[in-house]
Design a protein around this ligand. Structure first.
Ligand code: NI
Length: 253
């Protein structure tokens, strides 16, 4: 059984066949799915979806792309959703993305900090999206030693991954691991303890080979498990068992 630790099933890309896909997970060997929220609107949808499917868990949070929506009222609603729904297991996805910078860095940092503080208050793990913001990301980790979680779709160095692992964090790998030019991700996946690795699709994005460029879904997660098994010299069954246990430990399921 696989655990897709990061799947955006509430995304518009699944509007036409969401129910069908969600119902098919068990028959595809996917036993658990974590659906992070991307915004307040998305978090509300996640809250609803988790009530429909036993194996679907959720997180609430505002992605750096919409960091400017974060205010007291939004944070209060996230807190309420966490308290009312026991299947909301984390705050996320939150973080920093300096790739496009549509949202100024200061606003991103402010929203990230406020949501880290919320996770601390609620004693919940966080799901961090960090792209081209390694230094500020690590600074935030240092500022909140009580808060841990996962750096999802990890894009940093092996050295930074080890630094995070030593502070109690998990590292999430997507379909990027299967790309032909994935030297960096493969290096990280071989360098850190297996107990801190979780697998994710980040669907509808990041489809693994041989589906690269197509719409991704949790039914394609087996490709990441196959690749990790190859990298670590394990059987696919061992990788499934270990990464699923890791995901459950990460989200306290
Ligand atoms: Ni995501």
């Amino acid at each position: 059984m696989l655990f897709d630790t990061h799947a955006h099933m509430d995304d518009r890309a699944f509007d036409l066949d969401r129910e069908e896909l969600l119902a098919a997970f068990p028959s595809q060997g996917v036993g658990l799915v974590m659906n992070p929220g991307c915004s307040l609107a998305s978090s509300r949808n996640v809250d609803r979806l988790t009530r429909q499917y036993d194996y679907l868990y959720g997180a609430v949070g505002s992605h750096p792309d919409v960091a400017d929506e974060v205010n007291e009222a939004v944070l209060e609603e996230y807190g309420m959703l966490c308290k009312q729904n026991p299947k909301i297991k984390a705050i996320g996805e939150i973080g920093l993305d300096y790739h496009y910078e549509d949202i100024p860095r200061d606003i991103q940092k402010q929203a990230f900090r406020a949501q880290m503080a919320l996770a601390k208050e609620l004693n919940l793990p966080v799901i961090v999206h960090e792209r081209e913001a390694h230094e500020d990301g690590m600074k935030m980790v240092e500022d909140f030693p009580e808060v841990t979680g996962v750096f999802h779709c990890y894009s940093g160095s092996a050295e930074m991954a080890k630094w995070l692992v030593n502070r109690g964090w998990y590292i999430g790998f997507t379909g990027v691991l299967t790309f032909k030019n994935a030297r960096k991700a493969v290096e990280v996946a071989s360098a850190i303890p297996l107990e801190r690795i979780v697998l994710e699709t980040d669907c509808p994005y990041m489809a693994p080979e041989p589906f690269r460029g197509k719409r991704n879904d949790p039914g394609k997660l087996y490709r990441m498990a196959e690749k990790l098994a190859e990298i670590r010299g394990l059987t696919v069954e061992e990788v499934q068992r270990i990464t699923t246990e890791n995901g459950k430990r990460l989200y306290r399921i």
